[in-house]
Design a binder for this molecule. Sequence first.
Ligand code: A3P
Length: 286
Amino acid sequence: MSEEDLYMVYRGVVVPKAVHTPESLQYAEEFNVREGDVFVSTYPKSGTTWMQEILTLIMSGGDFTPVLTLPNWDRVPWLEEHRTKELQMNERPSPRTLSTHLHYHMMPKSFYNSKAKVIYVLRNPKDVYTSSYYYYQMATYLVDPGTPDEFLMKFLDGKVMFGSWFDHVKGWLSAKEQVLYISYEEMIADLKGSVSKVCTFLDKPLSEEVMEKIADHCTFKNMKQNKMSNYSLVPKEFMDQTKSNFLRKGISGDWKNLVTVAQAELFDSVYKEKMKGIEYKFYWDE
Ligand code: A3P
């Protein structure tokens, strides 16, 4: 199907119509953010599902019941998705956990200057591009990516769902609220250390043993088996995991298997231009 059939533009950013409606986007804008709310914020394919699992386990104090009985979209629902309205978020007791792919400037009015906390997961954009390339092939609600060259141009131009990776990251780096910036690569390098970092940010101290158990459950191999997190509950018509699994490879640096030398050079030059003046030290630049 064409871009026109599948996408709409909301505040300058492409969003897929199957997941977001004008009503759901309005719901997000008017959402009543409360003190205690915790958001997982990401550009798509940066490790959202992974952080949703870690966050749920930290909030439950290491009780595995929620991650084993509730799908990720119910326990850490996307603020801007059409089904969230039905979840009666206003009735949920604090502290509530939510996810969002919204750019910083698109957050609910009540979010700014609130006491909510945000965990912003960053990932090397070349791996985000690579993960997206396979995801767009299997997710039928997205436009087929075409060739890697074609998809790369769209990705660098921000003509993909949730727009430009560069704008998303830059916007969130300018946030004034309480934000923990954590990278996918850091989580790969030291999962237990990353769990501990999130615990500290949330003021939720857990024993070494519990953090160890959380990290073990959240390894790629183990999460791939959890049907509440691996999207196997989603019908094949929407996500055809015979083409590519949602939990696909779970590594950093897989871009080297897709991106050619010439494409990497183009990527680097666009990156350099767009990220000029940003002082944040990205894990992948070190
Ligand atoms: P790959 O396609 O590179 O494998 P999101 O949840 O934001 O859509 O991100 C999906 C990406 O995170 C996929 O990357 C997926 O495999 C990866 N991922 C999910 N859970 C993971 C885990 N426990 N460990 C490592 N990577 C994980």
